[in-house]
Design a binder for this molecule. Structure first.
Ligand code: UDP
Length: 423
């Protein structure tokens, strides 16, 4: 198939948002700082280019960052690249390879990746001051259409610190055509990357249906309507059905904790991103594994788990778990702690930044440790609640959206300032 005959990128429409609404959460100083930076980049045309408008942390971030940039006078747009099932199978393998999985990319797969990148690049029209390319899926767009923007940023949201060499060697020449690569953590930067880097630590939006306050009775009613018995304890994991999030390991932890708490329910709430064909396979695997278990709820957003329902789950859960073995940032951790719910989470990627052992819950490394910590928190709800509150304070201080907006604007300002800043 010729590149031109493939589908084109699609514009994503977003709600309006106003920075002023965030003042009550983050205080005057940060709002002033954001406004100061925005004044330096007002009128800028910025395109955020990603692979999906729903499901996963990138979509979550962009649906808030794009409207807030607009509120500040930046002409921000968000487009998602087009791709078919075959393309997203390849890009998921690239994603897995970047996170260290031993995957081979065949010649045909490489060609598939490039063909879709070329088609998307050729279908993009216009000119931007800066294009921010998110994650590996559109990473080769710049190589096919360099004139679309004055500056190109590759924003990598995943842990690429120990990438599988052949996958990284394939991707690296395309990445290095960008002017800057932005990562979530310093330790994610591949050691041989030869372009300037910057850090952009993600954050959550407190004014969304997922994170806004929700009266207790409503939260309980919401999860009850989805099959939870609110009179009995609930263990929760919210995440894509992805091997790195270890959902089968969560089932194992639940089974062990049930030896002490026999009525413990488990809810696995997982969105199905359109760029993640692996998710259905894993979902079916868990379904088989938990067949006949009345107290295990498997919910996906394609079956109607809306953001306010995720919100309710994160509030009602007695303990939440994030059993990631590899993680980019793990937005769900801040989301959960923001609601004062204690967690037990893997020591992976951005998680220990958000949840320090003993503040917000516990970090754990093995199924045994997870089970012991979850049991401990269930046995002592008063201390679980105190930990949750401490976690919420940390999120307020470090992981709310205006802080990320400030860092994002600083990166844009620096990269566009000729001869200084990030370059
Ligand atoms: N999410 C959701 N519905 C679900 C499962 C996940 O809205 O059923 C959201 C979750 O609330 C979070 C994002 O998807 O905002 C996941 O981001 P995270 O950084 O934790 O992981 P990623 O999926 O990007 O690896």
């Amino acid at each position: 198939m010729a590149a031109e005959s493939l589908a084109s990128p699609r514009r994503v429409s977003v709600k309006r948002k106003a920075l002023e609404g965030y003042r009550e959460f983050v205080g005057d100083e940060l709002i002033a700082e954001v406004r100061g930076l925005a004044a330096e980049v007002r009128g800028l045309r910025v395109l955020e280019l990603s692979a999906t408008a729903t499901g996963g942390g990138v979509a979550e971030l962009l649906s808030s960052l794009v409207p807030l940039q607009r509120d500040l006078g930046i002409e921000a747009e968000w487009m998602v690249i087009a791709g078919d099932h075959g393309f997203f199978e390849v890009t998921k393998r690239i994603h897995n390879g970047l996170q260290g999985m031993d995957v081979d990319l065949s010649g045909a797969e490489r060609e598939e990746f490039l063909r879709h990148n070329e088609a998307n690049a050729r279908a993009l029209e216009g000119h931007w001051d800066a294009i921010v390319v998110h994650d590996p899926q559109p990473a080769a767009v710049r190589s096919f259409a360099p004139a679309l923007a004055d500056r190109w940023i590759w924003r990598c949201h995943i842990d690429s610190s120990d990438a599988h060499v052949p996958v990284w060697e394939f991707l690296r020449p395309y990445v290095e055509l960008h002017d800057l690569a932005a990562f979530t953590l310093e330790e994610f930067v591949p050691p041989d990357l030869a372009i300037p880097t910057a850090m952009l630590v993600p954050a959550i939006d407190p004014i969304t249906s997922k994170n806004q306050s929700l009266p207790d009775y409503l939260a309980r009613r919401t999860v009850a309507a989805l099959g939870v018995d609110v009179a009995e304890p609930l263990l929760l994991q919210v995440s894509r059905f992805d091997p790195w999030k270890d959902p089968l390991g969560v089932v194992e932890v639940w089974r062990r904790v049930r030896e002490t708490f026999p009525t413990l329910q488990l809810a696995l709430v997982g969105s199905m991103a359109t760029d993640d064909p692996e998710a259905w396979r894993i979902y079916e695997q868990i379904e088989r594994e938990t067949a006949g278990e009345r107290d295990c709820l498997l919910l996906t957003d394609q079956m109607g788990v809306a953001s306010h329902e995720v919100n309710a789950f994160q509030r009602v859960a007695d303990v939440a778990i994030q059993k990631s073995t590899r993680e980019g940032f793990g937005l769900v951790v801040s989301e959960t702690l923001w609601k004062g719910t204690a967690m037990v989470a893997g020591r992976a990627g951005g998680i220990p930044d958000q949840l320090q052992d003993g503040v917000g819950g516990y970090l754990a490394d093995s199924t045994e440790q997870f089970s012991a910590r979850v049991t401990e928190l269930l046995e002592d709800p008063a201390s679980a609640s105190q930990m949750g509150d401490a976690g919420a304070r940390r999120v307020r201080e470090h992981f709310l959206l205006p802080r990320l907006l400030r860092d994002h604007l600083a990166v844009l300002r620096n990269i566009l300032a000729e001869g200084n800043g990030a370059r």
